[in-house]
Design a protein. Structure first.
Length: 157
């Protein structure tokens, strides 16, 4: 059974607060870094270990993925521009491709796309991901149509 985790990036500083100049360059706040670490620790407790970590190229998501990767050093890393552009079908296509060779994947991205993908995989309404939260799913069928089981929904304090 394939396993995936959809993880929203941790809390990020605002454009003006951070001096980033544009949304894609906003960094995590200290709270966001703690949220990312808390989620990664929770995944370890759940015995989830990704073979691949797929992240949005936006800085806050890349930082979240790097923090998670420090807990899962054997995981291969890749970037997916579709996670930033909101292209759900492209994300699902990449996920399907990655899961042909991997049993587990950690996807780090943004709301509302992650919520929409989660709802699609569970055959339900869209999920509301708060910063640093994740959904852990077991895919009974990793091809179309997807059949999944919700293992855990976690939101760090």
């Amino acid at each position: 059974m394939k396993q995936i985790v959809l993880l929203r990036h941790g809390h990020a500083l605002g454009i003006y607060e951070s001096g980033a100049g544009e949304d894609s360059k906003r960094p995590l706040s200290e709270t966001g870094k703690k949220q990312a670490a808390a989620s990664a620790k929770k995944l370890l407790e759940l015995k989830f270990s990704p073979e691949v970590i797929i992240a949005s190229p936006y800085f806050r998501a890349a930082q979240t993925a790097s923090i998670a990767a420090s807990f899962f050093p054997k995981a291969r890393r890749c970037e997916c521009a579709a996670l930033a552009s909101g292209n759900g079908p492209a994300v699902l296509e990449l996920l399907e491709l990655e899961l042909k060779n991997a049993a587990s994947a950690l996807i780090v991205g943004h709301q509302p796309l992650l919520g929409t993908i989660c709802g699609f995989l569970l055959g339900s309404e869209s999920f509301n991901f708060t910063p640093g939260s994740f959904v852990y799913l077991k895919l009974k069928n990793a091809g179309t149509p997807y059949e999944s089981e919700l293992v855990e929904f976690f939101s760090p304090q």
